[in-house]
Design a protein around this ligand. Structure first.
Ligand code: SF4
Ligand code: SF4
Length: 510
């Protein structure tokens, strides 16, 4: 049986052309790519990045402690942000104070969800009660159950968000755009990032219903026989790209990245995260966030870019799982639930880890969202790749300097030091102070993502940027690449006139 080597696939790229051009050399590829528009191909972009290397496994790239343990979902940031987390509310828990702060920030953070701020303002101005606020929400789709809405209702800091609704980037137009981006996720995969895996309680009426990540759809009774694993892998990847992924890779099933216990945000239950079958492969998808919209972050426009990816994650994940089930094999789709996406994305050859935390992909940099499908179908795994991200991060620190919350490490090298109760120890990396990050989200009433926008790897696919990415690969030109990045004005800080203009101009261009 033939093995498919290497990296994840991308729309419109043949693996053969990638292999040819990858050996042609970065500068040659950068030149030819610009002439022949090969920049849209994986081959040109990978070659542009320079000496992209394949590795046998994630353990060959990262130092993983023998004491590493799979994470409990109850410790995830989003689980802590819900008010039902026992650990969050237990005064005897050693991290009680930190967990409370995270939870309190949550109220402000969700304030932007589906225009709740405007509805709450109208209800409060009319002197109505919390129950009347819930009634006024009516059929507006919000991603959180009523007790969470109560945390928000009682949060005094909400007042300043009332004023913000008049600002550019936070107006009804911008919120409508943001809500449209998130709408499929909210309608069909709600709380994929928080707790339930599949079935969720719909806000309106409180009934349980199946979502796009539901685990209860059986495989077709007859089993389609692939010629071999290579054919199965090629077909599954082709279908994944057709069904909406921008990049796709295959990881081996590795229990280390599957949550040990699953947390249900609705009732606070915390149970063994037993998958319904023994998976053999994990199909990992990447979805590009729109560059122009995302560079306005933090704003409702920027959040629309994240939201539409979450919606695509649900649609593509569900559709690919359904394709495999209709071929007679078991498969389940997951968003941020069930397992950690970043190590699976690394194992699937979709990119490298970074100082700021997200995976950095050779095509889209950190401007990418991940989801996955676990299946019993045996597929050929891609190999993890490196293309100099860790070495560049050791010099760069641009995200750490730009982070308004001081949440990103300035350490020169990766280490095992964790800073927050919502981090899982045991891997040498740069750990995020996730509690500081989410407090900032609470301050501004939105996701932030500013670290992603300032990262030198976050660039549209234009030939000068390809050459700049080559420069990041070599010690002698790393500082030059950073200086040029600054000189061209990338990554302007939130609150600057340049950033305000980006937001103001967003709706003026088609
Ligand atoms: S999202 Fe914002 S607050 Fe959080 S780490 Fe990135 S820059 Fe810092
Ligand atoms: S901004 Fe710089 S240090 Fe931060 S993740 Fe990107 S390359 Fe690494």
């Amino acid at each position: 049986m033939n093995e498919t080597k290497g990296k994840g696939e991308r729309k419109g790229i043949s693996r053969r052309s990638f292999m040819k051009l990858a050996v042609a050399g970065p500068f040659v590829a950068a030149g030819t790519a610009s002439a022949a528009d090969l920049g849209k191909s994986k081959s040109a972009r990978s070659a542009t990045l320079g000496l992209l290397k394949e590795h046998e496994s994630i353990d060959h790239i990262y130092e993983i402690s023998p004491d590493y343990k799979p994470f409990d979902q109850i410790n995830l940031l989003f689980s802590n942000m819900s008010s039902f987390n026992r650990r969050t509310n237990d005064p005897t828990d050693p991290d009680y104070k930190e967990r409370q702060e995270i939870r309190n920030a949550f109220g402000m953070y969700v304030a932007k969800a589906d225009g709740i701020v405007e509805i709450m303002r109208a209800v409060k101005l009319a002197g109505k009660s919390f129950d009347e606020f819930l009634a006024a929400l009516g059929s507006h789709s919000i991603p959180f159950p009523p007790p969470v809405a109560k945390v928000l209702w009682e949060n005094e800091k909400i007042e300043h968000l009332f004023e913000r609704a008049e600002e550019k980037g936070w107006s009804q137009l911008d919120y409508a755009f943001e809500n449209a981006g998130w709408s499929v996720d909210h309608f069909g995969a709600r709380l994929s990032e928080g707790g339930v895996s599949g079935r969720f309680k719909h806000f309106v009426g409180g009934e349980m219903r199946d979502g796009l990540y539901a685990w209860n759809r059986p495989p077709w009774p007859t089993v389609y026989q692939f010629k071999d694993r290579e054919e199965a892998t090629r077909i599954v990847k082709k279908a994944s790209l057709f069904l909406g992924a921008d990049v796709v890779g295959i990881a081996p099933y590795d229990q280390r990245w599957v949550w040990k216990k699953r947390f249900n945000i609705y009732d606070g239950t915390h149970e063994e995260n037993t998958l319904p079958f023994e998976p053999k492969s994990v199909i990992v998808f990447g979805f590009e966030m729109d560059y122009e919209a995302y560079k306005t972050t933090p704003s409702a426009i920027g959040d629309a870019a994240a939201g539409i990816c979450y919606s695509k994650m649900a649609v593509t994940g569900h559709s690919v799982a359904e394709f495999i089930r209709k071929l007679g094999y078991q498969a389940i789709a997951c968003g941020n639930d069930t397992a950690s996406s970043v190590p699976l994305g690394i194992q699937a050859g979709l990119g490298e880890g970074s100082r700021m935390g997200p995976l950095i992909n050779p095509f889209f940099g950190p401007r990418i969202r991940l989801s996955k499908v676990f299946t019993e179908l045996e597929l050929i795994s891609d190999k993890p790749i490196t293309f100099g991200v860790k070495e560049f991060c050791m010099t760069c620190k641009k995200c750490a300097n730009a982070c308004p919350a001081g949440a990103i490490s300035f350490d020169d090298k990766p280490s095992f030091t964790v800073h927050s109760c919502v981090s899982n120890p045991g891997i040498a990396k740069w750990y995020l102070k996730a509690d500081s990050c989410v407090r900032w989200w609470g301050e501004i009433g939105s996701d932030c993502g500013h670290c992603i926008t300032v990262c030198p790897y976050n660039k549209p696919d234009l030939w000068p940027h390809r050459i700049a990415k080559v420069a990041t690969h070599f010690p002698g030109t790393r500082r030059l690449a950073m200086a040029l990045d600054d000189a061209f004005g990338y990554g302007k800080f939130y609150g600057t006139p340049e950033n305000a203009k980006l937001i103001e101009d967003y709706w003026k261009r088609l």
